[in-house]
Write a protein that binds this ligand. Structure first.
Ligand code: SF4
Length: 237
């Protein structure tokens, strides 16, 4: 298989999402999301792109937002966390309190990611993500289209069947802009203090919250309501 053979199903899913107006596309600026942005912009689909600026992103991510906006002539809407909530978290836990325990890490993700995501998805009918089944065990059962009970809308995952190789083949074929962090060994793009480069052979998400022992490296963005109230051990970026 190749990305060319999977592209028709991907475009069909994106078109269905666009018809489920209002639809939005959540991008972390990772390579999968850059492929989706290229497809959405290239096919003039009415799907607004947004990202969550947690206040702890790498400079490379901000630089890519600017590069992508210039390339695609589209604004990527940026949602920030609530100032008061961040200030209170830091007052209680310290500036890097997320390293101290898993609940403290989950609280930080709740404030910096989940609350802004809820605002970004409020009033929307559908959202699009760059999840791929290959990325982790927690994502092995992801469907192309699913009811997202956590946020009360339909979630479209157009790249579920793409392999990492196919994603990069598409990027090279279309000269898609990507994060300079990928060149430094970061397969997954997240907050700077919570993401490290991985070694050859390590799982793609091994660099996320690497100090936590358990295997479910997720942060809540892609967890169904039945599995969690606000944060859970399967939270996702
Ligand atoms: S990934 Fe780290 S810095 Fe970012 S919101 Fe989660 S705990 Fe906070």
């Amino acid at each position: 298989m190749s990305w060319e053979t999977k592209l028709p199903a991907t475009l069909e899913t994106l078109t269905e999402a666009a018809h489920s107006a209002p639809a939005v596309f959540a991008t972390s600026l990772g390579v999968e999301d850059m492929v989706l942005l290229d497809l959405i912009a290239g096919n003039s689909l009415k799907i607004e792109a947004f990202t969550l600026d947690t206040g702890r992103l790498a400079q490379e991510t901000h630089e890519l937002i600017a590069r992508a906006e210039e390339r695609y002539r589209r604004r990527i809407r940026v949602y920030f966390p609530q100032t008061e909530a961040v200030e209170q978290y830091v007052r209680i836990n310290g500036i890097n309190g997320f390293y101290l325990s898993k609940p403290q890490r989950q609280d930080c993700c709740g404030i910096r990611k989940l609350e802004p995501l809820r605002r970004a998805l409020a009033g929307k009918a559908a959202w699009v993500t760059g999840l791929r089944r290959e990325q982790s065990e927690a994502r092995a059962d992801v469907a192309r289209r699913e009811d997202d009970r956590s946020f009360g809308l339909v979630k479209f995952n157009p790249l579920i069947e793409w392999t990492e190789q196919e994603v990069w083949d598409y990027v090279r074929a279309h000269d898609v802009p990507t994060s300079r962090l990928h060149d430094q060994g970061y397969p997954s793009i997240g907050c700077a203090p919570c993401t490290r480069a991985v070694q050859p052979g390590e799982p793609a998400r091994a660099g996320r919250w690497w100090w936590e022992a358990d295997s479910a490296k997720e942060c809540g963005l892609h967890v169904q309501a039945a599995d969690t109230l606000f944060v859970s051990s399967k939270e996702a970026a």
